[in-house]
Ligand binder design. Sequence first.
Ligand code: NAD
Length: 306
Amino acid sequence: MTDKIAFIGLGNMGGPMAVNLHKAGFAVTATDLSPAARAKVADEGVAVVATAAEALTGATVVISMLPASRHVEGLYLGDGLGATGSNPGLLATLPAGIRIIDCSTIAPASARKVAAAAEARGLSMIDAPVSGGTAGAAAGTLTFMVGGADACVEAARPFLQAMGRNIFHAGASGAGQVAKVCNNMLLAIHMIGSAEALNLGVNNGLDATVLSEIMKQSSGDNWSLQKYNPMPGVMDAVPASRGYSGGFGSDLMLKDLGLAEEAALASGSAIPLGGLARNLYAAHSAGGSGGLDFSSIIQLLRKREA
Ligand code: NAD
């Protein structure tokens, strides 16, 4: 039987991921609550529908790419009120045998909860959050960090390969989310550190591009400098050079740093820099910048023009 994919969530990441599955020859029917997000993907030739229920007609695989835990739990588990609720959630309606791949970054506990509910209904579910940003989503070079049973991960491999280059099986259900939370905490820390160093150099008379090149060839090198420079004008095609639009929202990074704090509390781990990073993103968001790409954190440091 040919697989038919229902893709749910066509934002900055999900949109290009659905397009890559379509380009790889899979039958994809995609949906998003936002008509604008649906239109963008339809322009690339992907079949779009207005609701998840319509996308699921005849589907053998469901892939979701939603913002946070509450969206994923809401989609699959509904409002939790069972027969008396207005929304029973997708798990209540999906036929047995369907494979579910959730690529959203959510709490490990939330991923385990939804996967256990899926399993109780005879459905297989894996958590497969990604790294690589919107550029990686568009290029099909994402890294997947996967949690779930061996057989479910292997069955998902052809779909993940159409969207990414590296697929790591981190462990049992929820393990992909733990890996993702650790990675994003480190990403926030080196983005803030890179912003701090660039701002210090510029305030002391250096050219940001020259300083970036020096640090990229020195011991300060890191992914933020290599791929995602936060100082406007240093790199083309990064959010800093288009007013911090698109990319990975600061509010999403704040969410991920909150997940890191939850994981730290649950395990008694010290995350002093992760905690500071969360507070800096919370201040940035409170100042009205939550919708801007996460590299805009440099704006907290930069001197305002007189
Ligand atoms: P986004 O806000 O651009 O897109 C999320 C989309 O989900 C929106 O279009 C929204 O309308 C849709 N949506 C929400 N609830 C829905 C529902 N019930 N049914 C259908 N559609 C629904 O977010 P994004 O940047 O694409 O990120 C998605 C996930 O990927 C997040 O968990 C984020 O943390 C993670 N992530 C993002 C990046 C990045 O660079 N943007 C990188 C790695 C991981």
